[in-house]
Design a protein around this ligand. Structure first.
Ligand SMILES: Cc1cc2nc3c(=O)[nH]c(=O)nc-3n(C[C@H](O)[C@H](O)[C@H](O)COP(=O)(O)O)c2cc1C
Length: 222
């Protein structure tokens, strides 16, 4: 099996979007395709070459429903959080329409999470939330940084095979409950995301409108 969507590297990197409303819930995703994307993901870097990652692939309908219910419990409180898509660009008129789309799309995913055929939870060995600074900062950057690049590479590999993906994190508000559902040893293993994976309805996606580089580029000094 190999890539089915032909894109240049730059096209792949600029059009891998958060796909929610265009996820095809009806089309099964062969495990062989997931494995192929994960094999590619494993080429990503890890701190000290530790490769402490684990990949939880959830296809079981009852477990997907249980995770979706946890996700919705988190989604119910998310709008009141200052970092939410609802609030993060408050007062920035240029962002209003974009954020309304993000919220509407995210709401659709929250309502339909159990229908997503594959939920992928990238995990990493160790827990870092209790370690004080400065070592805690190094530990957090190294721990999450040793699995998130691979997770993104999974999403790129998935896109080039006609799959759409959406990165989510809200279920982590109930990480320990999710660990119980899936038998993940919570004390030793950190879950880092829950990636929705399905074939996309159509494979043409555009580059996203982003804020300009200029105000956030710092050369040699802040
Ligand atoms: C760290 C992180 C956490 C995210 N958490 C969620 C989430 O819990 N639920 C969700 O629907 N989308 C989530 N997203 C997706 C973002 O909303 C999405 O990447 C952003 O709106 C940009 O989408 P675009 O590339 O399609 O423009 C998350 C993305 C990242 C990188």
């Amino acid at each position: 099996m190999s890539a089915t969507v032909t894109l240049t590297t730059d096209e792949l990197l600029t059009t891998t979007r958060a796909v929610r409303k265009r996820l095809d819930f009806e089309r099964p995703v062969p495990m062989a395709v997931i494995r192929e994307c994960l094999e590619i993901a494993l080429q990503a870097p890890t701190g000290s070459n530790a490769q402490g990652w684990h990949w939880m692939v959830v296809t079981d309908a009852d477990k997907r429903l249980a995770l979706a219910e946890l996700y919705r419990k988190a989604w119910a409180v998310y709008p009141s959080m200052p970092a939410s898509a609802h609030q993060v660009h408050a007062g920035d008129d240029a962002m209003t329409q974009i954020q309304e789309k993000v919220v509407s799309s995210a709401e659709y995913l929250a309502e339909n999470m159990e229908k997503v055929p594959v939920l992928l939870i990238p995990c990493i060995s160790g827990r870092v939330e209790g370690i004080p600074a400065p070592m805690g900062v190094v530990a957090q950057a190294s721990t999450y940084g040793s699995v998130l690049p691979a997770a993104w590479n999974f999403m790129l590999a998935a896109r080039s095979r006609g799959l759409g993906t959406a990165w989510t994190t809200l279920h982590l508000m109930h990480e320990e409950e999710a660990a119980k559902i899936l038998g993940i040893p919570y004390a030793e293993i950190t879950q880092c995301a829950m990636i929705a994976v399905a074939y996309s309805k159509g494979t043409t996606f555009k580059a996203a409108p982003r804020k300009p580089l200029e105000p956030i580029l710092h050369v040699n000094a802040w």
